[in-house]
Design a protein around this ligand. Structure first.
Ligand code: NG6
Ligand code: CA
Length: 509
């Protein structure tokens, strides 16, 4: 009877391929950091901070020097990575508030749905920031659509960001720790009660805000947006890395008998940086450095669990970040004052929000013992937009390319065995810029050159900018005037890439 049911289940639901092929498919663990810059990890050359577990990953695998996220901020980066469509093609894919509806349409093909169709158990743990439900949600009820509608079997989420309300976890569509006697409400326009806010009583806060972040106070830290109720459900920032790391490990343990895909999106090192007392004060660089140590610990826990389950040779681990680094992103945490010689952006210019390289050139490390070369440094151009097509290739799964128009399969590049990557890297920060080989082109863009609050050099200029990264990684010498033909070529190519947007939109109807 049982066997008949299993056979029936295989027949009805399918496993997306033959079973023997599947057993050779590795688990895939995508560790996705928040706001970690190219220069922030010790394997990328900093000596100011030690991140031994990430270093271990780099030693057992390949480390990329030209790995890119698609966007210089979180929501568009994650949207592109999961859908295989550049976020700039769709309105409403900018940084989302905590009560936004889900911006990836239910039922749409995503990196997760591709893996799920291939027979993988799929889970997302950590920062979401892609909206949930239809928006303006009732947080006291199950909220759909959510991750389950775009291919994740399991989810444990920080709904938006650590600095945005609601400051609660969600497990499979439901807030963890709901209490009918203390219902949760959320509002992004006006206070919900007369509790003092961060703006009213900054002197009482655990960590003061520097810009924005002056609304509801949760765990002694004021946030963006207002929330009331849900006292028992509110998270404790100091425990966040422990909580989500444990959930990620538990998901792997539960899923160890079949291939699994885990998207583990850490909160570190986004603001507010409030690491556990085990890490607080340990880096000598203040909370930002301490959060890096905490991130490294999380990575160590994931690697240890894989080892404990004896899955090392059956698991592909990818580590990257959603955008470049920022020091003051809205809280007074001495990130700048205690930086010393450390260069979060490595040799690059700009950072989070920027069109310069540091906006999107991020750490990228890939490991799969026996398959991915160990201790290798690869300079192949690789963008996270290509995870979807490349991993589909890995697991032998077809996908709906019409909704993932920008994802190209570059599996061998991702596995560190080919130097053939994508031709153009599209770097999105308001506008899109292009990198091809040693050239970096930023089209004329309105807007201020430097963000007043974060002090990031944004890369905006009324003139076209062209940099030769081979001798000028720091984008200091604009050679656009000396290469009018290249400027013309890049301008045309940019137009084409933008134009494909219009074609894509039309063809979808
Ligand atoms: C900005 C926030 C910043 C951060 C960012 C999103 C202010 C003043 N600044 O609007 O603190 O939350 O949004 O970061 O509110 S991201 O990594 O999720 O894109
Ligand atoms: Ca981010």
């Amino acid at each position: 009877m049982r066997i008949t049911l299993v056979v029936l289940a295989v027949f009805i639901f399918g496993f997306g391929g033959n079973l023997s092929a599947q057993t050779s498919r590795p688990n895939v663990v995508l560790i996705y950091a928040d706001d970690i810059g190219y220069g922030d990890l010790s394997c990328y050359g900093t000596s100011a901070i030690k991140t031994p577990h990430v270093e271990q990953l780099a030693q057992q695998g390949t480390m990329f020097t030209s790995g890119y996220c698609t966007s210089a901020t979180c929501t568009p980066s994650r949207y592109s990575m999961l859908t295989g469509e550049y976020a700039f093609r769709q309105k409403g894919t900018g940084i989302l508030s905590g009560d936004a509806g889900m911006i990836i349409q239910a039922g749409r093909e995503t990196l997760a749905s591709v893996m799920q169709k291939a027979g993988y158990k799929t889970g997302v743990v950590g920062k979401w920031h892609l909206g949930l439900g239809e928006g303006n949600n009732d947080w006291n009820k199950p909220i759909t659509p959510g991750p389950a509608q775009i291919g994740f079997d399991y989810s444990f989420l920080i709904p938006a960001t650590g600095d945005r309300v609601p400051c609660v976890y969600m497990e499979n569509d439901v807030v963890v720790g709901l209490d009918a006697n203390d219902p949760i409400s959320v509002d992004y326009r006006k206070p919900l009660n007369d509790e003092p806010t961060g703006a009213d009583v900054p002197e009482t806060l655990k960590m003061r805000w520097s810009h924005g972040h002056n609304s509801t106070i949760v765990n002694g830290v004021s946030r963006i947006g207002y929330m009331a109720g849900g006292q028992k459900a509110r998270w404790v920032d100091e425990d966040m890395a422990d909580v989500i790391t444990q959930k990620a490990v538990a998901f792997m343990e539960r899923s160890a008998d079949q291939p699994f895909f885990l998207y583990f999106a850490t909160h570190d090192i986004h603001v507010p940086r409030v690491p556990h007392p085990r890490f607080a004060g340990k880096s000598g660089m203040g909370p930002r450095g301490d959060a890096l140590l905490q991130f490294d610990w999380s990575v160590g826990q994931i690697l240890e669990a894989i080892q404990r389950m004896d899955l090392e040779e059956k698991t592909l681990v990818i580590l990257s970040s959603d955008n470049g680094p920022v020091l003051d992103d809205g809280y007074v945490d001495q990130a700048e004052e205690l930086l010393g010689d450390h260069k979060p952006a490595g040799p690059f210019r700009g950072g989070k929000y920027s069109k310069f390289e540091a906006g999107t050139r991020v750490p990228l490390i890939v490991s799969w013992p026996g398959k991915v070369p160990a201790s290798k440094v690869s300079d192949v151009q690789f963008s996270q937009i290509d995870f979807l097509a490349s991993l589909a290739d890995l697991v032998g799964q077809s996908y709906d390319a019409s909704t993932a128009p920008d994802s190209e399969a570059h599996l061998d590049a991702l596995l560190g065995i080919s130097n053939q990557g994508r031709e153009y890297i599209v770097e999105h920060a308001g506008e899109i810029s292009l990198r091809k080989g040693s050239w970096k082109f930023i089209p004329p863009s309105p807007g201020t050159a430097v963000n007043k609050t974060t002090k990031t050099e944004l890369g905006n200029s009324p003139k076209p900018q062209l940099y030769d990264l081979s001798g000028d990684a720091g984008e200091q010498h604009n050679v656009a005037d000396e290469h009018p033909q290249l400027v013309e070529e890049f301008t045309q190519r940019l137009g084409q890439i933008r134009g494909e947007a219009i074609t894509t939109r039309k063809s979808k109807k």
